[in-house]
Design a protein around this ligand. Sequence first.
Ligand SMILES: *Cc1c(COP(=O)(O)O)cnc(C)c1O
Length: 337
Amino acid sequence: MIDLRSDTVTKPTPEMYDAMAKAVVGDDVYGDDPTINELEQTVAEMLGFEAGMFVTSGTQSNFTALLTHCGRGDEYIIGETYHVYKSEAVGTAALGGIIPQTIPVKNDGSVDIDLIESKIKPEDMHFPRTKLICFENTYNGKALSPDYMTTAANVASKHGLSSHLDGARLMNAAIAYGCSPKDLTRGFTTVSLCLSKGLGAPVGSVLTGKSDFIKEARRARKMLGGGMRQAGILAACGLVAVQTQIDRLEEDHRLASRLATELAQIPEVQTAPEGANTNMIFIEVPEADRDPLKEFLKQNGILIGGRPPTFRLVLHRDIKEKDIPMIISAFSKYFRS
Ligand SMILES: *Cc1c(COP(=O)(O)O)cnc(C)c1O
């Protein structure tokens, strides 16, 4: 199968299986797992923070961050289609009593800084207390620039607020801009990185921040049932991921760009106007073709994702250069018949 639904579908590499077998482990709730400790410190340093916390998923990472930043009745400002608000089953509101103030997301994936400022509530007993501003990079495959990220972090600190960056695919953004990940995280209070997207680990994310923040976040993680024990076998894969899988993201970006260019030659395929600059492409086809195309591709060993009207095709380690002509030929064959 050529599985283009997401970069979460990758299988562990042989080095990851090897690292799992050899991992030195301990009880992480007691802070005793050396492999987890090493992963947390490694990711914290990569992103320019004092401390890190290994968690089960990106959702749990964002959730523990928000529970630590905000109390019940507090408010955070966020882009209305950002993952923390739209794609995490509103755990923050349902379980944390934390209220989102949403604002529109622009075509490039950014939110307007002036608009953010206009939504920050003054101290008044009638109003929710604005505590936090949330950002996301990459957003739908779009990488936001170091300049924008600096402006974003600054608007929070200027108003005495915290800032959280959902950097599930932050390394894709660093590769797209040819910059250090630190150029995208500087000034943020907390940053979350997924190990199980393009970096290819089977499980896990790391939340990074100041040591005292992470200490408090461990309490939130425990509350959510995220205190794991000998999870160093998983962290071992995460270490392989951050040590060996970042530079190769460039290849995913190259293949995504090639795939987009070649699909654009097929008259019935519209590539989404504000195209992505990392490992994802978005396409639309005539409505009558949506279901039959998806089914035809599946019968030809190709899985695509997304929600109508837009299909999403994601490149990752398990998609190789030789797969591109096969994908193009399946699309062409469908539209020729
Ligand atoms: C995938 C993703 C998450 C959540 O990660 P899970 O591990 O699936 O819970 C959060 N934010 C963004 C932007 C993501 O793409």
